[in-house]
Write a new protein. Structure first.
Lengths: 127, 903
């Protein structure tokens, strides 16, 4: 398994810390931003292989960020996992319709998250 | 052949011509080619107002008092302008209800009252008789003038009585004209045509004689004026000669206006005989012109008479005769004759109809023994009554003529009549426009009016004629000065007629108003009042019909009164209207009974018709009670529907309230959802960290100790955060439900503030925040729950710590007094709160926290909890700009009473 680049977007420092630890342990190259504005800036750079995106971000929300991401050709095939602390079914539908590959509700099982991340990176599409 | 013979022959020939004209008009009408269906004919027929009084009396009056004759024509002129209003309504009502006379009209308005109808009839008889006498006197006088004194004496010696002869002749004529058929509403077209013709004749005669007198005898208006001035008679041209005060002008004009409306002959031609309502429009302007034309030569002729040293009522005749101008004398004679005959014919026919329909027939029908409604000779009886009435009226007129002093001017007699008939006007006019006017009021008004008429006009006339003691006039009865007939209760300085008008009409109106307002009308009256005042209402109303009767019974009844021909025509018409033939065995319905009653009313008047129909289908006829029941039902229905409307409005209001409440609830529900979602989010966030690190610790037993330590610290921190959140949620729900337990005591706010600062010290130092304080008070006693206020302060301090910039964070804490309050102010140099969110930050999880951070550090409930705690102790919290550049949270709390009193 080759190293993949993973972008983490979340404003909770502790959650970012734990995700970084987990993804690094899984052998990936990790990069993180903690607010919407920084995330928007990041869209100008080279796309990663996978994004873990929190829905409720200060400034700009995760859905909007996802839409803009998908509007860029080079970001179109990036795998995206939406993280949310709000587990409404309608939001889940919305996220998937916008092009998320996975919708994960907090708190999540770390093992399960790693398994899904790896699966996505290996080409499996689970909707 | 002497003059008398010629005069008689001329008169007879003239009357014969009139009769032929009338006959011709009737024939034409029967053939459907009406001669009278023209507005000009209608207007000319109104000329029946101008009688021998106009022809002779006005001239006599003008010779004495100049233009004093004018008000008698001003009144009708005013009324003529009101035709399109007043007479329009009179016409609509009388056509809608088949009314036959003024008495019938008034009686029908006040509940088809036989009493009032009879009363009005008597008033009209009283008012018409002197008027007829006036005409007889004029015609007799004119005949004798033609004759010369010598011949007159000879004739008298022969036992002949000119006036009696004239009376008999005119009675005959009226009978021929006016009582050929029973239906009084069927138009007497022949009579109207003859009257219109007579109006032309008298106008032409007056103008011709006037022109002859002015130009033939004097040489024109200029010469006349010159001679009048030379003779010192010019004062006759001014108002002073009339001897009238303004009150007199008003009184006379009012009198003439009212008389013009209610005089039986005027009501006959203007209302009963009207063929088309539209004719009123023409008459409204043409009739005043007619009055103007016929009065044009009154004053000139009078002046010429004065110049010749003459006066009196016969100037129109005497002047041509004196000049030996026989043609013009004859013309004047014919003019006067035509004026008199027209009045007598129409007036007697009108009054005779009243007598039969409103006086005699109701009386006869009330006598059950006669069984009148079952007898076949009724139509003949009605006509017989009318013919008898005409003859009796004529003889009564003759009687008055004989009794009245020979030197009584024509005008006096006319005015006495006017005042009598005008007593009916209040009942008519109020009845037409005021629904409350009732029978008792009308009878009282009429009674009082007639009493005063008798006392103020008839009594003085009788006294002057020597029939009563003359001292009555000067000293009053029994020497009571106040009761002098011509200066009642000290009302002096007025013309006797004005005096009578003011008293009789004034008392009449007052009695009508007062009695009407203080008594209740019976059901039939109220119904009739409704129909007359709102004339359209009756046409639409449907009477309830609860009885049973067969068409055959109604047919039989109608046939007795109307004859078989008209009855058959009536039922054919009704059948056509229903679209099927009415069979004798059919049941009659309310509409048919109503139509039948109306048809009968055309013949015998409303009062009699009601009695007649009531006698045949007694107990079944839709009486006023059932009618009123219907009205009651209607008004109940209206009331019910109004209640329903009110109910539905209430319901609408309730529905609106419900909708609003529902919206509020839904809003609250949404808020609650939002709250739960937010709380859930707030719970999930620390839980996520906790779970992640716990799993990391579980799955990576080989972690470096430092890292393990760090992760455990994070878990501990997040657990604490979770605990705080749970505390806040519980606090808030207790605060909002009012179930918080308070430990209230007297405390020192300065001490609490310092304690809070110590507690938050670790947090602040950890963030590197530099703290400054400014406590203006050594002690700040207040009544509060110490732990809760401490919680508020800690919350605010830790917020400031959280939002402090990573480096160079600053916090300034201030305590001072603000009036009877303490003010605590906590300022930071963090990002601050935008002004539009400064209220919202105190709402739990509301936009403030969300928009500001989306994920508020802390529970997002802290400020809401602070606000609720402070509110409990009458404190207030708000957010404003900080001098340090960030946010400033301030709150106040009231100082303890002791301190306030001391301070």
């Amino acid at each position: 398994m080759t190293a993949r680049r993973i972008l983490i977007v979340d404003d909770e420092p502790n959650i970012v810390l734990s995700l970084e630890f987990l993804m690094k342990k899984a052998g990936h190259v990790v990069e993180s931003v903690t607010d919407g504005a920084a995330a928007l800036d990041r869209l100008g750079g080279p796309p990663p292989d996978l994004v873990i995106l929190d829905v409720m971000l200060p400034g700009i929300d995760g859905f909007e960020l996802l839409r803009r991401m998908r509007a860029r050709p080079e970001w179109r095939d990036v795998r995206v996992i939406l993280l949310t602390a709000r587990g409404r079914a309608s939001e889940r539908e919305h996220g998937l319709a916008l092009g998320a590959d996975l919708y994960v509700t907090k708190p999540f099982s770390t093992r399960e998250l790693i398994r899904r991340v790896n699966a996505l990176l290996d080409g499996e599409r689970t909707r | 052949m002497n003059l008398t013979g010629i005069a008689f022959l001329t008169a007879l020939a003239y009357l014969a011509l009139l009769f032929l004209l009338a006959l011709y008009a009737d024939r034409r009408a029967a053939a459907g080619r009406r001669l009278v269906a023209h507005p000009v004919v209608y207007t000319l027929s109104l000329g029946v107002y101008c009688t021998a009084w106009t022809f002779y009396g006005s001239v006599g009056l003008a010779a004495e008092r100049g233009v004093a004759f004018l008000p008698i024509y001003l009144g009708p002129t005013v009324v003529a302008f009101l035709f399109p209003l007043l007479h329009l309504k009179l016409l609509r009502v009388s056509k809608a209800y088949g009314l036959t006379s003024i008495a019938d009209f008034v009686a029908a308005r006040y509940g088809k009252s036989g009493l009032l109808g009879g009363f009005v009839t008597l008033v009209m008889v009283a008012g018409t008789t002197p008027y007829v006498a006036l005409q007889l006197k004029a015609v007799a006088a004119s005949l004798e003038a033609m004759l010369g004194d010598e011949m007159a004496r000879a004739l008298h010696g022969f036992g002949a009585d000119t006036a009696l002869l004239v009376a008999i002749l005119l009675a005959l004529f009226a009978i021929l004209f006016g009582t050929r058929r029973i239906d009084a509403t069927e138009h007497h077209e022949g009579m109207v045509f003859a009257v219109a013709f007579e109006s032309l004749v008298k106008l032409a005669a007056f103008l011709a004689v006037g022109l002859f007198v002015v130009y033939g005898l004097v040489g024109g208006f200029g010469e006349l004026h010159r001679r009048v001035v030379a003779a010192g008679l010019e004062e006759l041209l001014g108002f002073a000669a009339t001897g009238f005060t303004y009150t007199d002008w008003f009184g006379y004009t009012l009198l003439a206006a009212l008389a013009f409306i209610v005089l039986p002959r005027m009501f006959q031609v203007a209302v009963i005989e009207n063929l088309e309502i539209d004719h009123l429009r023409t008459a409204s302007w043409l009739f005043p012109l007619y009055l103007l034309a016929i009065n044009l030569f009154v004053l000139p002729v009078a002046l010429v008479g004065r110049l010749a040293g003459r006066g009196g009522d016969m100037l129109m005749l005497e002047l041509p005769l004196a000049a030996d101008a026989r043609f013009f004398a004859f013309l004047a004679f014919i003019g006067g004759l035509s004026a008199a005959t027209a009045m007598v014919i129409v007036a007697t026919v009108a009054v005779a109809t009243m007598i039969s329909n409103d006086l005699v027939m109701p009386a006869l029908l009330r006598i059950p023994r006669l069984g009148l409604e079952r007898r076949p000779e009724v139509p003949g009886l009605v006509l017989g009554i009318r013919r008898t009435a005409i003859v009796l009226l004529m003889l009564a007129g003759y009687g008055v003529f004989r009794l009245a002093p020979p030197d009584l001017p024509l005008v006096r007699l006319g005015l006495v009549s006017f005042v009598a008939v005008s007593q009916v006007a209040p009942a008519l006019l109020f009845g037409l426009y005021w629904r409350r006017a009732n029978l008792a009021g009308a009878v009282a008004g009429l009674g009082v009016g007639m009493l005063l008429w008798t006392y103020t006009l008839v009594v003085p006339m009788a006294a002057e004629a020597g029939l009563l003691d003359r001292s009555l006039l000067e000293g009053g009865p029994f020497g009571w000065d106040l009761l002098r007939p011509q200066a009642l209760f000290g009302l002096e300085g007025l013309d006797p007629v004005t005096h009578a008008v003011l008293w009789s009409l004034g008392a009449n109106v007052v009695a009508l108003l007062v009695i009407s307002l203080t008594t209740e009308a019976d059901p039939l009256q109220r119904v009739q009042a409704l129909f007359f005042v709102d004339v359209h209402y009756g046409a639409r109303s449907v009477r309830p019909w609860r009885g049973e009767a067969r068409v055959a019974a109604l047919q039989e009844l109608l046939a007795r009164f109307l004859g078989p021909g008209r009855t058959a025509a009536f039922f054919r018409r009704e059948g056509r209207r229903r679209g099927r033939e009415l069979l004798p065995s059919d049941r009659v319905d309310a509409e048919l009974v109503q139509s039948a009653e109306r048809e009968l009313a055309r013949a015998v008047g409303a009062t009699s018709a009601r009695l007649v129909v009531g006698s045949v289908v007694r107990g079944e006829v839709p009486g006023p009670e059932s009618l009123l029941e219907l009205l009651d039902e209607t008004s109940q229905a209206i009331e019910y529907s109004q209640r329903l409307e009110q109910k539905s409005r209430e319901l609408e209001r309730l529905a609106a309230e419900l909708r609003a409440a529902n919206a509020r609830l839904r809003q609250l529900d949404a808020l609650k959802d939002e709250f739960i979602a937010t709380v859930s989010h707030e719970l999930r966030t620390p839980l996520t960290s906790i779970r992640s690190f716990v799993e990391i610790l579980r799955d990576h037993p080989d972690l470096a100790p430092a890292e393990r330590q760090r992760f455990l610290a994070i878990v501990a921190e997040e657990v604490e955060r979770l605990g705080r959140l749970v505390d806040d949620v519980l606090d808030l729900s207790r605060l909002e439900a009012g179930r918080m337990e308070w430990e209230v005591g007297l405390h020192d706010l300065r001490e609490i503030v310092e304690t809070a600062l110590v507690r938050a010290g670790g947090l602040l130092r950890g963030r590197g925040v530099e703290v400054t304080t400014d406590f203006a008070l050594a002690r700040a006693p207040l009544v509060c729950d110490r732990d809760r206020i401490l919680q508020v302060l800690f919350n605010l301090l830790s917020n400031a710590a959280k939002f402090a910039p990573p480096a160079g964070g600053r916090l300034h804490l201030e305590l001072r007094s603000l009036g009877a309050q303490y003010l605590v102010r906590i300022e930071d140099n963090g990002p601050g709160v935008p002004p539009e969110l400064r209220d919202a930050v105190f709402e739990k999880f509301r936009q403030g926290a969300r928009a500001l951070h989306d994920k508020p550090r802390g529970s997002g409930l802290g400020l809401a909890v602070c606000r609720e705690i402070l509110r409990r102790f009458d404190g207030r919290i708000w957010c404003e700009d900080s001098r340090l550049g960030g946010a400033a949270f301030c709150f106040t709390l009231p100082a303890a009473e002791t301190l306030r009193r001391a301070g």
